[in-house]
Every structure is written in structure tokens, then in C-alpha cells.
Write a protein that binds this ligand. Structure first.
Ligand code: COA
Length: 261
């Protein structure tokens, strides 16, 4: 695994743990952090030893406190559009990784930090986590997919409340509106994320990846086309050894032993 300046990456027991590591800047995403995230996720995408990714921030205060505001000040209309598209492409890579990515949100998830969590497939927050889209305070809008993903996840009304006011919400409110899947004490956050990862890893990985692909399509397509994809991927699963094993083990009243074949 490559050495990064802004990330810590560790792979153990089929889980890759990526920690964004700029704690003195509350893990704000500068250009280097974004390009290293891209590199790390590209390498994990093709790594046969990784089934699930956990993404978190270093320290006890922030997941990611947004894009690096210092780097925003140089932008004009054209470079601003490119900047937004560049961030979107990194976050799209995460969403379309083909393997589940769990955000372990350990504090502030603001602006690009909230958008980064939104690009992940599951979000587990610590009790001290805070979410918000404060871009309007800076005279801009969310530019890394936030206007689209937040509204799709929590509904347009709730998304607009966050995006138009710039207000922060705590973990309990984020849970109430469906922005996060679970809230746990900070000291349990990584353990809980690993527990969820282990549960996913215990299933047949072909089925996990097909389920992820089909469910991801809800953001891209209509019901008819989405169901056509679902049927094709269901068929793919039925052709696997894991399907034979999963159904046989149920009928034999034993635990399945999936081979991911
Ligand atoms: N970009 C660049 N630097 C950031 C940053 C960001 N998004 N968020 C925090 N930092 C830096 C601060 O400038 C400070 O650096 P310094 O010690 O060199 O001055 C350091 O991180 C600590 O932040 P600080 O503001 O002192 O911590 P705090 O506890 O008082 O406040 C926040 C925490 C998250 C409320 C505050 O940092 C904040 O509002 N950050 C910006 C959030 C934002 O607007 N994000 C969206 C960007 S589009």
C-alpha cells in the first residue's frame, strides 16, 4: 500500500481502514487529500484482499470539516466549475467502488465532509458528530454532490433546510431524519463500524456487490429500468456456487460457507 501524506491506510481481515489525517485542520480536504483519496480508493477497488472499506477522520473532533477553505479563495467561474467536477469525480468513485464503504463519522462532517459521508454507502456516527452544509455562509453551494445526494437521502425539504440555512445538526437529529444509520459513543465507533463490516463480509460477496450495484441505481434510473437491472443481477446471483451453498445450508439447517464464486 502506498504511503500518503494526508491519509492513513491499513488493511486487515479484508477491511481497509482509511483515516483522513490532517487533524490540525480538522481533516479539511485540500487538493492533496482529494487526490490521495482518489488514489487510495482506486487501489482498493482492484485489491482482491479488500471486501469492505471504513472511512474515518483522525482525532476526536472531526470527520472532515469541509473542503479546505484556503484553497477556495483562488477560484473563478471556470476553475470553480472544474474544482466542483474534480471533487464530484472522487466522490463518485467512492459511491461506485463496487464494494461497501462505511463512513465512521467521528465529529464534524461539514460541507465536503458531509458530502463525503453521503457518497459512502452506510454512515455510522459518534454521539459528538455534527452534520451541516454551511456553504451558503461562504457565498457558494455544496459542490461535491451534496445538493443531489442529500435530497435523495433525506428528502428535498429537509435537504433544503440544511442547505439554505447552513445550520448544523447533531448526531441524534441526523439519525432522526435518516442521514445516518446508527449513532454510538465515540469510543465504540470503529468497533461498531468493524462489526457491520464483518457482518457484510460473512455473506457471499457476489451477492453483496450485486445488491450494492442494483440499489445504487435508484439514484440513476426509473423503476422499470432499475427493476430490469435487478432481474439481470438476480439471475447472475442464481448462477453462483454461493447461491447453491446459501440455499442448501438453509435447508440443511447449518451456517453457509460462502466461497465468493
Ligand atoms: N478549511 C480550512 N481550514 C479549516 C477548515 C476548513 N474547512 N475547518 C477548520 N479549519 C482549520 C481552522 O482554520 C483552524 O486552523 P488554524 O489552527 O491554523 O487556525 C483549525 O482547522 C481548527 O479549527 P477552528 O475553527 O479553530 O476550530 P473550532 O473548534 O473553533 O471550530 C468548526 C470548528 C468546524 C466549527 C470551524 O472550524 C468551521 O466552521 N470550519 C469550517 C466549516 C465549513 O464551513 N466547511 C465547509 C467548507 S465549504
Amino acid at each position: 500500500m502506498a504511503n500518503y501524506e494526508t491519509l492513513l491506510v491499513e488493511t486487515k481481515n479484508r477491511i481497509a481502514l482509511i483515516t483522513i489525517n490532517r487533524p490540525d485542520k480538522l481533516n479539511a480536504l485540500n487538493a492533496l487529500a482529494k487526490s490521495e483519496l482518489k488514489e487510495a480508493f482506486e487501489s482498493i477497488k482492484n485489491d482482491p484482499n479488500v471486501d469492505v472499506v471504513i472511512l474515518t477522520g483522525s482525532g476526536q473532533k472531526a470527520f472532515v470539516a469541509g473542503t479546505d477553505i484556503k484553497e477556495l479563495t483562488e477560484l473563478d467561474a471556470v476553475s470553480g466549475k472544474n474544482f466542483s467536477e474534480g471533487g464530484q469525480s472522487v466522490f463518485n468513485l467512492i459511491e461506485n467502488l463496487g464494494k461497501p464503504v462505511i463512513a465512521a463519522v467521528n465529529g464534524f462532517a461539514l460541507g465536503g465532509g458531509s458530502e463525503l459521508a453521503l457518497a459512502c454507502h452506510l454512515r455510522i456516527a459518534s454521539e459528538n458528530a455534527k452534520f451541516g452544509q454551511p456553504e451558503v455562509n461562504l457565498g457558494i453551494i455544496p459542490g461535491y454532490g451534496g445538493t443531489q445526494r442529500l435530497a435523495r437521502l433525506v428528502g428535498k425539504g429537509r435537504a433544503l433546510e440544511l442547505i439554505l440555512t447552513g445550520d448544523q445538526i447533531d448526531a441524534a437529529e441526523a439519525y432522526r431524519i435518516g442521514l445516518v444509520n446508527k449513532v454510538v459513543p465515540l469510543s465504540d465507533l470503529l468497533r461498531m463500524a468493524e462489526e457491520v463490516a464483518r457482518k457484510i463480509i460473512s455473506k457471499g460477496q457476489i451477492a453483496v456487490r450485486m445488491a450494492l450495484k442494483a440499489t445504487n441505481m435508484t439514484q440513476e434510473t426509473n423503476l422499470t429500468d432499475g427493476q430490469a437491472l435487478e432481474a439481470s443481477l438476480f439471475g447472475v446471483c442464481c448462477g453462483t456456487e454461493d447461491f447453491q451453498e446459501g440455499t442448501k445450508s438453509f435447508l440443511e439447517k447449518r451456517k453457509p460457507e460462502f466461497k465468493n464464486k
